[in-house]
Design a binder for this molecule. Structure first.
Ligand code: NAG
Length: 511
């Protein structure tokens, strides 16, 4: 019964939201009509609005024309178009892929054809000096190349908690692997050596590692190595032809640790960032339209051959973490007092560091639900640890951003509770207790289905975190193209009297 109530509250609030939006739109339209009518210009509506819809239909027409051009192998438009098609592919993720195999062959042949000759994201990677990437891992280089020959040698990324933010390592390795002729060709991204042919310009600075390892200032130094590297990077990047011609708009910069790139991001903001959340970013520097959210690498191992059931997991709700967090973590204390005496609830404080990983692994694998409460940032690797443990995440973090949420419906395998509700007496515990065996098992099954989407590995495999991130980047490319083309509108015009295009500053409100 209680289960019904809670889900109906959710439905009601969603319904009322939709209702509110519809009403506002209707009111807006009505008022517009009224204004036009009162000025006696209904003709305007009939005659001037119609051509608009004609424009729309012509646009549709030209669209399908350009699609057929693609099939004839027209290079220029192929990139963008293919990415759009690809994003349809991605949108349906693993599950739908199986459906597609059962699809009747006559169903939409045109789409299918373009799906098969999959076109991937073309990435140009700067050959940044060693100190920006593998050098941070104490790799000394081999010969004249700044990149390891990954057929014979893969430098080791430092372990422990460093690994949470190691996306920089996995993405770079995947690009290097894309160049090996005999490597399997399933990847979503390939490295291209001509930046003019690239969809995106990748900046291989291992910023999270730089923060984790080198952000302390030694006594005899003025600045930390992390700070110096960021300054060098800004100077280096903004001097590149690639940066100048786009103002950085087609650049991809990794800043997964919330404190990484703290200085440089204020200067490199036109680029697309890959982040864990937007918690410490002003919205004009990073936002969900421009940037990509990537998962943390889980520190708890995948639960292989999980034969557990609702009944075999004795703990109802599990939380392990620090109680006191600087910002936004107040809910943790409130929840602790609300939950500490509840039966079947494990709520304890202490970080997962040092030896705690084993305990947390056992804890999560023997719990039905795992709590994710906002800490000093809206996201944490705990969510991905819970997914890897097939422990249904209960997310209490209003500002959380989730990886690939444009193609993935987290409500199928996570439970979301608003912070304001969670801290009401008995609300959370009653809600969790109301979720029955059938519903939990459905979510548990879904967790097992999606867990590979959050797996970082080398070599990367189809549909893992590395591929999902590249595909999320690919879905940004059309918007980047739009910004870029607008940016270069005047590139063929004669230079203006005072100075040329290149010295026009990037407008501040360009987004
Ligand atoms: C790079 O690609 C552009 C566009 O396809 C082409 O015009 C140019 O010649 C290429 N440069 C090199 C060095 O191959």
């Amino acid at each position: 019964m209680a289960e019904r109530n809670v889900s109906s509250i959710k439905v009601v609030s969603r319904k009322s939201l939709i209702f509110f939006f519809t009403m506002t739109s209707v009111l807006f339209l009505m008022s517009w009509f009224y204004v036009l009518r009162s000025t006696g210009s209904t003709d305007f509506i009939d005659h001037n609005l119609l051509p608009n819809s004609k424009i729309l239909s012509t646009f549709d027409g030209s669209n399908s024309e350009s699609q057929s051009q693609n099939q004839n192998g027209e290079e220029s438009s192929l990139g963008n178009r293919a990415i759009l098609v690809d994003s349809v592919d991605v949108g349906e993720a693993g599950e739908a892929k199986m459906n597609r195999e059962n699809e009747k062959p006559e169903a939409n042949d045109d789409r299918k054809c373009r799906r098969n000759d999959k076109v991937v994201l073309k990435v140009f990677m700067y050959d940044l000096p060693l100190e920006f990437h593998f050098g941070l891992m104490n790799w000394k280089g081999s010969g004249s190349s700044v990149w390891p020959d990954i057929r014979t040698e893969i430098p080791r990324y430092p372990g422990g908690l460093n690994l949470q933010h190691s996306i920089e390592f996995w993405l770079t390795l995947d690009l290097l692997a894309s160049e090996i002729p005999q490597a399997p060709k399933h990847g979503s991204a390939i490295r291209v050596l001509n930046s003019s042919e690239a969809d995106i310009i990748f900046v291989p600075f291992f910023s999270s590692l730089s923060y984790n390892r080198y952000s302390k200032t030694n006594p005899h130094e003025k600045k930390s190595r992390n700070k110096i590297l960021q300054e060098k990077l800004v100077k280096h990047l903004t001097a590149q032809e690639e940066w100048k011609r786009s103002g950085g708009k087609d650049h991809l910069i990794l800043a997964h640790h919330p404190n990484s790139m703290l200085d440089a991001r204020m200067k490199l903001w036109p680029a697309t960032f890959i982040l864990s959340d937007f918690g410490r970013y002003p919205p004009n520097i990073a936002n969900v339209e421009k940037d990509v959210i990537a998962p943390y690498k889980h520190v708890i191992g995948s639960y292989v051959n999980d034969a557990s059931t609702f009944d075999s997991r004795p703990t109802l709700l599990y939380f392990q973490g620090a109680i006191y967090r600087k910002d936004g973590g107040l809910a943790r204390q409130e929840l602790f007092y609300l939950l500490k005496d509840e039966k079947d609830v494990h709520f304890s404080f202490g970080s997962v560091q040092k030896g705690g990983i084993q305990k947390a692994t056992e804890g999560m694998r023997s719990s039905k639900f795992c709590l994710n409460i906002a800490g000093d940032t809206p996201s944490s690797n705990r969510l991905f640890d819970a997914i890897a443990s097939h422990c249904v995440p209960v997310i209490i973090s209003d500002a959380i951003e989730l990886p690939y949420e444009d193609v993935l419906d987290y409500s199928e395998f996570c439970v979301f509770v608003r912070t304001s509700d969670a801290i009401k007496e008995n609300f959370l515990i009653n809600f969790i207790r109301s979720i029955g065996k059938a519903e939990w098992t459905r979510m548990w099954n879904k967790l097992k289905e999606v867990e590979h989407l959050f797996k970082f590995q080398f070599p990367s495999k189809e549909g893992d975190a590395v591929q999902m991130i590249w595909q999320a980047v690919a879905r940004k490319v059309p918007a980047i193209r739009l910004k870029l083309n607008r940016f270069t509108r005047f590139s063929r015009s004669p230079p203006s009297a005072d100075n040329g295009l290149k010295s026009i500053p990037v407008p501040k409100n360009f987004w």
